[in-house]
Design a protein. Structure first.
Length: 323
């Protein structure tokens, strides 16, 4: 089984010893990527439904307004890239709160190897958008993706000097060429684009990070999180984590909860059971193996904790993955 590992520090990102962001990216098991280009003329609007997996939009020409539930309208300008780690439902339009047609009603044309082309609108100013939906092996990709924000916006000025523009251009050329092995190449490119967007977002938004990403960047709390994620089945009392982090118990607990809104013990429980759900659903281990790997003394104690947190029994989750 793949285990979380260590990574390198990027510009402005200094976890010193452990890099959980690299663990998020390394352990994803990408299965496929569906790439498409949309040529849209004002007025236009598209309602994009939820899809399992990760989505990104790259603005090639013109501009676009993005609206997602509980978030303010977001303007994408030429060269910007938007990543939706959870496949969040959203609308895209030429103006804020514009009328949007369901994506399924527009019927994009499939032009081969998982690439599609969509044209819609009223004949006004044109917008060109490259879109990609990334699927992963199994019903869930990686529990750590759940900890990323629903929308990650990278402006062109923030990535123009990185490899991202070249990667997007390579995807466009690969889609046009439809050569042998194109689907595999597109999936690999999509994987790298996703990695680059997440990395760029963390680097450029370092002063405004909250929640898990802010905790990862904190030297003491990030170190504790890395230990929990690397060895989830080990016994991690607060006193031990605090000592290893170089903080007093009270200061460690206060800082941990201030960043993550849960106690260290609660976070450990949540992480163990997120892993358990993923492993059971994807068929990695039997129930007994999962319980043992995550530090439970018996199948019964594991099953009780799992059902309290997830809402269903471990067996039900395992059986749903088989279906």
């Amino acid at each position: 089984m793949n285990r979380p590992g260590l990574g390198r520090a990027t510009m402005g990102y200094q976890p010193a010893e452990n890099d959980l962001l690299s663990e998020v990216l390394r352990d994803l098991r990408l299965a496929h990527a569906r790439y498409g280009r949309s040529e849209l003329t004002a007025p236009w609007g598209i309602a994009v439904p939820f899809r399992e997996g990760v989505r990104f939009h790259a603005m090639l020409e013109g501009q676009c307004w993005i609206q997602a539930k509980s978030l303010p309208p977001l303007l994408l300008e030429c060269g910007d890239v938007l990543l939706l780690p959870h496949g969040t439902e959203h609308t895209m339009s030429d103006r804020p709160k514009g009328r949007a047609l369901p994506l399924d009603d527009i019927k994009p044309a499939l032009i081969g190897n998982g690439t599609y082309e969509l044209k819609s609108g009223g004949g006004g100013p044109r917008s060109l958008i490259a879109c990609c939906t990334i699927g992963f092996e199994g019903p869930t990709a990686n529990p750590l993706l759940e900890l990323l924000p629903p929308v990650m916006h990278i402006r062109y000025a923030e990535h123009s000097d990185t490899v991202l523009p070249n990667l997007l251009a390579m995807m466009a050329r690969e889609a046009d060429g439809q050569r042998i092995g194109s689907a595999t190449v597109m999936a690999r490119l999509a994987d790298i684009v996703m990695t680059q967007v997440i990395r760029s977002w963390v680097e450029t938004c370092s002063d405004n990070l909250t929640g898990w990403l802010a905790a990862v960047r904190d030297p003491q709390i990030g170190s504790a999180l890395a230990r929990i994620h690397r060895s989830p089945g080990e016994d991690w009392p607060v006193d031990r984590l605090a000592a290893l982090s170089g903080l007093s118990r009270s200061r460690f607990s206060q800082r941990f909860k201030g960043l993550l809104s849960v106690s260290p013990a609660r976070y450990l429980l949540q992480w163990r059971l997120r892993l358990a759900e993923s492993w059971l659903r994807n068929g990695y281990m039997s129930l007994s193996q999962v319980a043992s790997e995550l530090g439970y003394e018996s199948d019964a104690s594991f099953s009780r904790a799992f059902k309290r947190f997830i809402g269903v029994s471990p067996g039900a989750v395992r059986d749903s993955g088989r279906g």
